[in-house]
Design a protein around this ligand. Sequence first.
Ligand code: SF4
Length: 478
Amino acid sequence: MPKRARTLSPMPIFDPLRLPQFLKARGSKRPQLHATVLWRHLLRTPKATLDSVDFVEGFPPSLLAAVQLHFVMFTIQLVRKSTSSDGSTTKMLLRLQDGFDIETVVMRHGCTTARKVEGEKRTTVCVSSQIGCKMGCKFCATGTMGELGDLWSGEIVEQVAMASFLCNVDVRNVVFMGMGEPMNNYVQMTAAVSSLIDQKTFGLSPSRITVSTVGIVPRMEEFTEELGQRGVSLALSLHAPNQLLRASFVPAARAYPLTRLMRAVDIYTLRTKKKILMEYCLMSGVNDAPEHARELGELLTSRKEHVLLNLIPYNDTSVDAKYNAPSRKDVEQFADIVMRDYGVRTTVRKEMGSDVAAACGQLVTQEGEDQAKAKEGGKSGGGGVSSKQQLGDMEDLFGGSMLSVRKKERKEAWKGHVQALERMKHDMGEVLGGGGGGEAGGKRSITLDDMMALVHQEVAHDPTYTPQKDGRPLWKLK
Ligand code: SF4
């Protein structure tokens, strides 16, 4: 299904591409500076709106009326907002100007039942980058919609601004794990990220922005040189330990085989000196067997200093009846093998917000499915989403409290590693059981911040580092 080119009128004022273009076309000699001045005024002035502004110091007065005519603060409308019973997660169904629906998920830290922190307002916002997604991963609800369009960079930034305004939160982390494959909307995604990390305007820390991809290798390489070098984080949806299995449910793997993908991973970690988050969705009877864990361990063990593995028990979404959630025992066993036998740092995701269908594998809108059907003259975009299903996200990974070996233990040798494993096994019951209790009784659920600290911890850079297999280098960087 061909993707539709989208035109917006009025345009989003926070669009980092369109506003400077507009100002330049109307005679501004310093369009980027003038755009920054206006954004800064709107963001830093309490209750400022574009309509109410009549003067901005440093902004050409002759251009203000034209900007007010062609731009608005928000092009997106809130359709529905639902918050999970524990208050941790708010899911916003948003309607774009041309009628398409997307979803943005707000995850608050410190208010889960497992770990309450009074007054805690730090928040992660999971943004969408496309309307639907063409990658067609077979277990993913969003993939059933097909690719209906790309978001403008201003619409991506607007999701963050809306989350802040509508949910009254201080946005600390932004993850590109909502609808769409961000690398397939690369120009708009990079513009949005650049705007969010611009210290003169939004001012988020680069390391607190994470872009997740299913593995579009050429774009990963570009990302490494452009945003990775500036400190922006990358996550890879791996989901399988070998090419054959991966290609069977991740169609992108046919274009970008695992060997090529892992080379892109190695280049990212080497060039940026950052760790990469590997996401692995465990599906019962598909990729959760002990032999899969061993194969994954083999794949990652030579890279263990540079990788953090996040296991995500599949979330039943009825996208396709053949995919089911794994048993707790199988998840424990899988994590045990990759940690104990291969020394790979591993976390198991605890769901947040599953009672508002904002959890992993659920990001698709019934409205979106209808939109996809309308585009196809009544045919479904793919796997047949149940009419009960409303919303969800395959790649909403950072949202949960997670479990990991502690930082200092990672530096210990084998003995310490075994101790950490014992603790993890103990904690595993807590996390997988979904019970509360925080740190009581030696139990430990780590927060997103702990997790991010692990991911973003500087890798001790070894210029001679080369990933190895069977004692032989896999490749050498020229
Ligand atoms: S898992 Fe990600 S890349 Fe795959 S179809 Fe879903 S949104 Fe697209």
